[in-house]
Design a protein around this ligand. Structure first.
Ligand code: MN
Length: 253
């Protein structure tokens, strides 16, 4: 019988860096604890630094993490995955293997009578037109089909090299990239305030920004909600738990 807690984890970027296996093992410590008390586990994306599900083949690695997810699913814990910008090509693999509900875009989850607006967080607020354009290209069905026809040594070489280079480049160009940019410059906050104009949410929970944050945000119509950014698992070991009417941020100890 599963427990009654709701967990959020984000941005483990498994496969990146030399410490990926250690990071994965620590993640498994947390997942093992969840077996005792979780009702629902929400993965907020970029759990893998790169992934592509081919028709009959999936990438090597990450088997401890995948095995733990399967255990949770088999124990009756409800699992959700919001795809990130690094693992947007998971397609239906996790759905087919362990009935994880996959989300391509932000979505509403209900839990314990509360409404959560949940997503990864990339491309929201449309602050970067070039990124909007790339996002459309990467998410086009036709391009995905063409990509799957390329030889795998080529696609994996390009994608993993690009991912690590773009991460280092971004940080070098803007050392404050992980700092909060202000309510009018954070795409996630802009997006959440637009959604709050039309409907009520108790919580807005996202990842992608790699810095844990809790902040009350307000829409022009007076609607207000608690924005929680879970942080990340690659640099920190952050996660969030909702229980007894409270959503709180934690670190793996
Ligand atoms: Mn991301």
């Amino acid at each position: 019988m599963p427990g009654n807690k709701l967990y959020f984890i984000t941005d483990a970027h498994l496969g990146a860096g030399n410490d990926s296996l250690q990071r994965e093992k620590e993640l498994c410590q947390l997942l093992d604890r969840m077996k005792e008390d979780a009702a629902m586990v929400v993965l907020l994306g970029d759990m893998f630094d790169f992934w592509f599900t081919y028709r009959h083949v999936v990438p090597k690695g990450h088997i401890r993490f995948l095995g733990r997810l399967a255990q949770l699913a088999d124990a009756g814990v409800k699992l959700h995955f919001f795809i990130g910008n690094h693992d947007m090509w998971l397609f239906n693999y996790l759905k087919e293997e362990m009935d994880i509900t996959m989300h391509d875009e932000p979505d509403t989850l209900e839990f314990d009578g509360k409404r959560f607006l949940v997503g990864h967080g990339d491309g929201l607020g449309h602050l970067d037109k070039r990124y909007d354009f790339l996002r459309r290209i990467f998410r086009s069905r036709l391009n995905q089909r063409l990509f799957s026809l390329l030889p795998q040594w080529m696609t994996f070489g390009v994608a993993t090299g690009w991912s690590s280079k773009s991460r280092k480049g971004h940080i070098k160009k803007n050392p404050d990239i992980f700092k909060y940019q202000g309510d009018d410059r954070e795409g996630i906050v802009i997006y959440c305030r637009q959604r709050l104009q039309k409907e009520h949410f108790d919580y807005c929970v996202f990842g992608h920004r790699h810095t844990p944050l809790t902040r009350q945000i307000h829409a022009d119509n007076g609607n207000s909600s608690l924005y929680v950014n879970v942080g990340d698992w690659i640099l920190n070991r952050n996660y969030a738990v909702y229980t007894d009417g409270q959503l709180t941020l934690h670190n793996l100890e």
